[in-house]
Design a protein around this ligand. Sequence first.
Ligand code: ADP
Ligand code: ZN
Length: 320
Amino acid sequence: MAKFFGGIELGGTKTICGIGTQDGEILAEKRIPTTNPADVLSRCVDFFEEQIPIFGHLSAIGIASFGPVGLSAKFGYILRTPKEGWSNTDIVSPFRKVFDVPIGFDTDVNGAALGEWRWGAAQGLDTFIYFTIGTGIGGGGMINGDFMHGLSHPEMGHIPLLNLRPERFPHSAMKADSMPSKKSDKKNAPIKPFGSLDSLSVCPFHDDCFEGLASGPAIEKRWGSKAENLDTEHPAWEAEASLIARAMRSVICTLSPQRIILGGGVMEQSQLFPLIREKTIEELNGYMDLPKIDEFIVPVGLKGKAGILGAFILAERAMG
Ligand code: ADP
Ligand code: ZN
């Protein structure tokens, strides 16, 4: 008998719930703004209930959520998050109360990584990393065909980008207080050395982490304009690529991935890819042999669908 899965991609700004199959077909889908937990979770439960007359009972549910999330002691919870009203929220129980089916739960990036693995840019691999570079930065993926679960889940957005030597990162060097006021001034803006990283970081916990320095809001803070409004020639992209390449070096050396997939709003800027590839090679400085670089650091294959498709796989995996 055909199995139908309920999937939820719980994002910081929007939540997507859907009904899908084992083959990655999305049969129904609904977008809900991520307002407060009570409202969002009850709307997702209602959505699944409305689908039962059409598809029959769900076989399992998969939830891929923004984090940090609990995967052992507080399984199914969103833990301490800067998103107001969501810290310490039990995500899974409202579904358990209504649906008597297995429920899979993991991070949004692990969900998206699963989607990319089955149907997208990580097909055939067993050790790879998926990053989203958007409002925040998160990394997930697989090692030897399984998730990296341990203490909890990886928090690759918070790896430090230490030792940003201005001579190697000339374009990443600009203090928030030297920001030009008009867009037209930006190309000629004075570039100052990094110094007070804390004035640039948007991470409330760290003054030197990947997310703090290279997420969409970090770009906006440094350059005084939303990332999507900076033109493709703006020095911001060279700076961004330097920061991302530094993070690539860390994860390549730590996890030995066969491929790294870069997604999220900021990576819509396709001019970043050649810059990141070139700078990653420079960062590694000949120490490691890499595969063909444009097959090693790649864009997403599933364009915005990885999360919900991955949620269906989380559901399938929860069935055992
Ligand atoms: P979320 O992280 O909320 O799921 P996104 O991945 O779209 O959503 O990330 C939003 C962030 O990415 C914002 O900081 C925004 O400025 C930036 N962003 C969105 N689209 C683009 C784009 N086309 N180019 C550059 N930056 C973008
Ligand atoms: Zn941080």
